[in-house]
Design a protein around this ligand. Structure first.
Ligand code: SF4
Length: 378
């Protein structure tokens, strides 16, 4: 399988959200953004000596962050010129609503971005404030309208679930009125070294109990289903034909090149692939953009574990034929017995995680790992 997907990380944000533990920070001067841009160009130049850049982003190019929509346009244009995009390449750009202007959106569209992921999160003004977001519900809507107006016909919006005092009402009203093409949902999680974790320790915030979070996920699922969205992955819903191709690549265990601070990548090697993560801290990355913070040549056993774990996230399940081709072994040689019917529907062609077992996906995956043929060790 060839390398045809690229993820590029842009770490800067206007302000840090209260729940954020991503590789993100606030650039207090242009020096930071210029330094980062130069490091990115160095990293790209390095990979140009190793891979065919006419093909490297032929299937997908994904700008994630941080806030890629803060990237200076001249820098973005030059980054684009490093890749040969095909007509069918999916080019996704993550956008924070308050950064959108008509002029910028027009240039993004002209550059070849054909899919945008807009950080709505919630349509409740108080909840946005609680999350430390810089946008208001008005910004969310205005950004959406501008993006549609300049011609984006594939707009995804993010939705964070299970926040105290947040209701689905405003969010679903907005979905019904503006009709995004795709929705990514996430459970609010309390990560170390965030404002939210401090508030939780100080008892100023209490996360919702698991049962309530599961109930909210299920209600969201029902409502989105009624609005014609297809849940094609554990956390992702799309109108027909608007499934995110880049992320499908991850779940199908494709290779991808990861660029930028904290970015992970998975490259072909002589064996089962090479997994790496770039330096997470901005300074470490800029000082040495072509060394890794961690890396590993994947053995066959780990490749099978990873491919199973990712594959069961797809609601259609694991396509056994494709899986066999990807791993190079027959299904019967990979698993020693049938997967636990409590968790899985096992057909001739697909292995599917039962819908009601999605909240229990961790034990379900462990049950699969337990039946991997022990003779597969390398
Ligand atoms: S916009 Fe995203 S990356 Fe930036 S601080 Fe907020 S959650 Fe983190």
């Amino acid at each position: 399988m060839s390398l045809s997907r690229v993820y590029l990380h842009y770490p800067f944000c206007t302000k840090l959200c209260h729940y954020c533990n991503f590789a993100a920070g606030v650039a207090t001067s242009d020096n930071f953004t210029n330094q980062y841009y130069n490091a990115l160009l160095q990293e790209i130049a390095h990979y140009k000596t190793r891979f065919d850049f006419s093909q490297i982003a032929s299937r997908s190019l994904y700008f994630g962050g941080g806030t890629p929509s803060l990237m200076p346009l001249d820098q973005l244009e030059n980054i684009f010129s490093q890749f040969s995009l095909q007509k069918e390449t999916e080019v996704t750009f993550e956008i924070n609503p308050e950064t959108v202007t008509y002029e910028k959106a027009k240039i993004w569209h002209q550059l070849g971005i054909n899919r945008v992921s807009l950080g709505w999160q919630t349509m409740n003004a108080n909840t946005l404030k609680f999350l430390g977001r810089t946008s208001t519900p008005h910004d969310n809507i205005k950004a959406f309208e501008i993006l549609r107006e300049v011609g984006f016909d594939n707009i995804s919006v993010d939705r964070i679930l299970s926040i105290h005092n947040d209701t689905d009402k405003e969010f679903f009203e907005a979905v019904m009125q503006y009709k995004p093409d795709h929705i990514s949902t996430y459970q609010l999680s309390i990560e170390d070294k965030t404002v939210l974790s401090l508030w939780t320790k100080q008892k100023k915030y209490t996360p919702l109990p698991d049962e309530q979070a599961i109930q909210i996920e299920s209600t969201t699922d029902d409502l989105l289903h009624e609005l014609g969205f297809i849940r094609y992955e554990t956390s992702n819903y799309a109108q027909k034909g608007k499934e995110g191709q880049h992320n499908l690549g991850y779940w199908n265990y494709d290779y991808w090149l990861g660029l930028g601070s904290g970015a992970a990548g998975f490259l072909p090697d002589d064996g089962n692939g090479f997994h790496y993560r770039n330096h997470f801290k901005f300074k470490d990355y800029c000082e040495n953009p072509i060394s890794y913070e961690e890396s590993e040549h994947i053995n066959l056993h780990t490749a099978i574990k990873d491919a199973l774990m990712l594959g069961v996230r797809k609601r259609e399940g694991i396509d056994k034929k494709s899986f066999e081709k990807r791993i190079g072994l027959t299904w019967e040689n990979i698993l020693t017995k049938s997967p636990d019917p409590e968790y899985f529907i096992d057909t001739k062609e697909f292995l599917i995680l039962k819908k009601e077992m999605i909240p229990l996906s961790n034990p379900a995956i462990l049950s699969l790992w337990d039946i991997i043929n022990p003779d597969i060790s390398i």
